[in-house]
Design a protein around this ligand. Structure first.
Ligand code: ADP
Ligand code: MG
Length: 245
């Protein structure tokens, strides 16, 4: 059974069909890139998957369980994690403390007394930081980190919730090409190591072709192609709509 099964979802804003009858499935352990020009409907698709937007019609099932109609928090609890374009870290706290906060919030509601309990989950936090290559910067404040390193911390924070499906909308926005490649290579490693499924959007075709297992191309709210890099490269509609040739 697929991890995620999306059937005939649609979403309009006024007269604009942002997503028009889109269906796809996502197995476990796959890195899937969502491509398409600006306004194609990628973010709308993400926002329906994590419950921020309710589809006008259609079904979204995670391991057979219907997600449409559920609150974003319930969907997050069901195993759908996401990273944010705007930094989700607390700059004045250290890298380690940021991770500890997330791990703590998994078990308890955060409240004013979190500070004295930062010795909890240290080991677990360090394991995650090690996985994203940030263990050596654990004691630095997030505010002084390089941009790409903040993104690594955010990835560790997202993984701390142990999602089965991770959604990353433009995770490399604002990054230099080399940093982009490194971050997506790291995400790919997590996909393999953890049998995690990741859906992400990315503008650099080089990065996508190098790391993604599969690509889906959206144009004007429709899914126009779905396949591996060879299929996508050679798809006439994709070339026309997306590459303009
Ligand atoms: P992408 O992420 O691929 O750039 P979006 O999903 O953000 O595309 O947008 C798809 C279409 O839906 C665009 O035409 C956009 O203007 C429209 N749209 C997205 N969100 C809203 C909204 N909240 N209100 C009105 N129109 C929206
Ligand atoms: Mg978008």
């Amino acid at each position: 059974m697929s991890l995620l099964k999306v059937e005939h979802i649609a979403k309009s804003f006024g007269g604009v069909k942002a997503i028009n009858d889109v269906s796809f499935e996502l197995p476990k352990g796959q890195l899937l890139a969502l491509l398409g020009p600006n306004g194609a409907g990628k973010s709308t698709c993400f926002n329906m998957l994590n419950g921020q937007l309710r589809p006008d019609s259609g079904s979204i099932k995670l391991e057979g369980v219907e997600l449409v109609g559920k609150h974003p928090r319930q969907i997050w609890r069901a195993g759908v994690g996401r990273t944010f374009q705007i930094s989700a870290t607390f700059g004045s706290l250290t890298v380690l403390e940021n991770l500890q906060m997330v791990l703590l919030s998994r078990y308890k509601k955060l409240n004013r007394w979190w500070k004295p309990v930062t010795h909890y989950f240290q080991e677990e936090a360090m394991v995650l930081l090690d996985q994203v290559g940030m263990a050596d910067q654990a004691d630095r404040a997030c505010s002084v980190l390089a941009y790409g390193d903040v993104k690594r911390v955010e990835l560790a924070m997202a993984l701390a919730h142990e999602p089965t499906l991770l959604l990353m909308d433009e995770p490399t926005a604002g990054m230099a090409p080399r940093e982009r490649n490194q971050l997506i290579a790291l995400v790919k490693k997590m996909v393999v190591d953890r049998n995690l499924s990741v859906l992400f959007t990315e503008h650099s075709m080089d990065v996508v072709f190098e790391h993604a297992d599969r690509m889906m191309v959206f144009a004007r709210g429709e899914l126009i192609a779905d396949g591996d890099s060879d299929m996508i490269r050679n798809d006439a509609r994709v070339r026309e709509v997306y590459f303009g040739s």
